[in-house]
Design a protein around this ligand. Structure first.
Ligand code: NDP
Length: 244
């Protein structure tokens, strides 16, 4: 797989965590990068500064994946700012955990809007914009492979839908030279799931290697897929053996 020189990437939810690490990694590999955020304007602008310090162009876009026009519109805004779109990383996601009977309708709508509908709409907009060589890389979850305990019904439902999206997109876009793949992180040290959080020790114990992953370890697999031409419709666990 080759370098990303001259490519333009869009990373949704790029202000923090796995998205920020991915935006930086793609820039290090040569891409210009747009990243979306909702609340973390300052953090997003800091990622932009770090990318610019690498000699790449970058732009932070406020775009809420839960709002249909904003989810789809991020693609055109990226193309306007950076001259096209070659790599989409569907990273923005939210987790609402809890007993299935206690989840509100608002919880259900919110999680499905961000994790599923937003990914669908951004991917669709990207597919219509991308030329041959385009890449759609989606961040799923180890919870699609193995749900290790109660409380994950809504989150696992939402993330599992992305496997179907990925495989179907791979079939639909393959003839145009566009690939679609999904990466399933295991417990990864971020604001969403800190390695010193209350459930961290249990999660680490469920992996084969006995520890949390880093955002950079997930980003490395995304970067590989951004450069891979003959890999599509595939699932990649970056989970320390959580699913083993
Ligand atoms: P964080 O909560 O640390 O960061 C989430 C990022 O997404 C932030 O940049 C946030 O931006 C952005 N974001 C949240 N909601 C929206 C929205 N509606 N529209 C646009 N951007 C949004 O999460 P992680 O880095 O941990 O997770 C990244 C992805 O990886 C998610 O899809 C998550 O489900 C998945 N994942 C994470 C695991 C983990 O253990 N950490 C394990 C398996 C999967 P803002 O600055 O606005 O808050």
């Amino acid at each position: 797989y080759g370098s990303l020189n001259g490519k333009v990437a869009l990373v949704t939810g790029g202000s923090r965590g796995i998205g920020a690490a991915t935006a930086l990694r793609l820039a290090r590999d040569g891409a210009d990068v747009a990243l979306t955020y909702v609340n973390g304007k300052g953090a997003a602008e800091e990622v932009v500064r770090r990318i610019e310090a690498l000699g790449r162009r970058a732009v932070a876009l406020r775009a809420d994946s839960a709002v249909a026009d904003e989810a789809a519109g991020a693609v055109e805004r990226t193309a306007r700012a950076l001259g096209g779109l070659d790599v989409l990383v569907n990273n923005a996601g939210v987790g609402v955990l809890g007993p299935v009977g206690e989840l509100s309708l608002a919880d259900v709508d919110r999680v499905l809007a961000v994790n599923v509908r937003g990914v669908f709409l951004t991917s669709r907009a990207a597919a219509s914009r991308m030329a041959s060589g385009g890449r759609i890389i989606t961040i799923g979850s180890c919870m699609t492979q193995r749900v290790p305990g109660p409380g994950g019904t809504l989150y696992a439902t939402s993330k599992s839908a992305l496997i179907g999206l990925t495989k179907a997109l791979a079939r639909e876009l393959g003839a145009r030279g566009i690939t679609a793949n999904i990466v399933h992180p295991g417990p990864t040290d971020t604001d969403m799931n800190p390695a010193d959080g209350p459930y961290a020790a249990d999660q680490a114990a469920m992996t084969a290697v006995g520890r949390f992953g880093t955002a950079e370890e997930v980003a490395a697999t995304v970067a590989y897929l951004a450069g891979a031409d003959y890999v599509t419709g595939a699932e990649f666990a970056v989970d320390g053996g959580h699913a083993a």
